[in-house]
Design a protein. Structure first.
Length: 149
């Protein structure tokens, strides 16, 4: 049995009819693949951007680490200086307790003695003044008597 041109055309149309949905699906799949490729390109670009930003963050973190180390060094230096200051304050407190307080106490005791002696001198001076006034009065009386004679 030989196939006629009409049979072949019908078979061709039948195959076209059957194959057309497959072709459509292939076209749709190609379209979806192109979209996926485009999205993949966007994702790659985003990943590249993230990588760049990550490098920047790494550089920033490294800078922060460096600054933190500098701060730690500064704090260590300050701790050392603080220890020196504490030691000097302790020496001053010891000096105040052992020497300055004792010397102040001596000065206070000497001041008390000087104050007593000054009061005694003032009293003695007042007594001398009083005697001199009395002597001046007697002198004036005797001088007056002598002048009257």
């Amino acid at each position: 049995m030989a196939l006629t041109q009409e049979d072949l055309q019908m078979m061709s149309q039948l195959l076209d009819t059957k194959i057309q949905p497959i072709k459509d699906e292939i076209q749709e799949t190609k379209k979806e693949i192109r979209e996926i490729k485009d999205e993949l390109q966007e994702v790659k670009a985003d990943v590249q951007t993230v990588k760049t930003e990550l490098q920047e963050v790494k550089a920033d973190v490294q800078a922060v680490k460096t600054e933190l180390q500098e701060v730690k060094d500064d704090v260590q230096g300050m701790k050392t200086e603080l220890q020196d200051v504490k030691f000097r304050v302790m020496k001053m407190e010891t000096l105040m307790e052992n020497e300055i307080r004792v010397n102040i106490q001596r000065v206070a005791e000497a001041h008390l003695d000087l104050s007593r002696k000054l009061n005694e001198c003032i009293k003695l001076s007042n007594d001398v003044k009083d005697r001199q006034e009395i002597q001046d009065i007697y002198l004036n009386m005797h001088y007056g008597k002598l002048m009257a004679m």
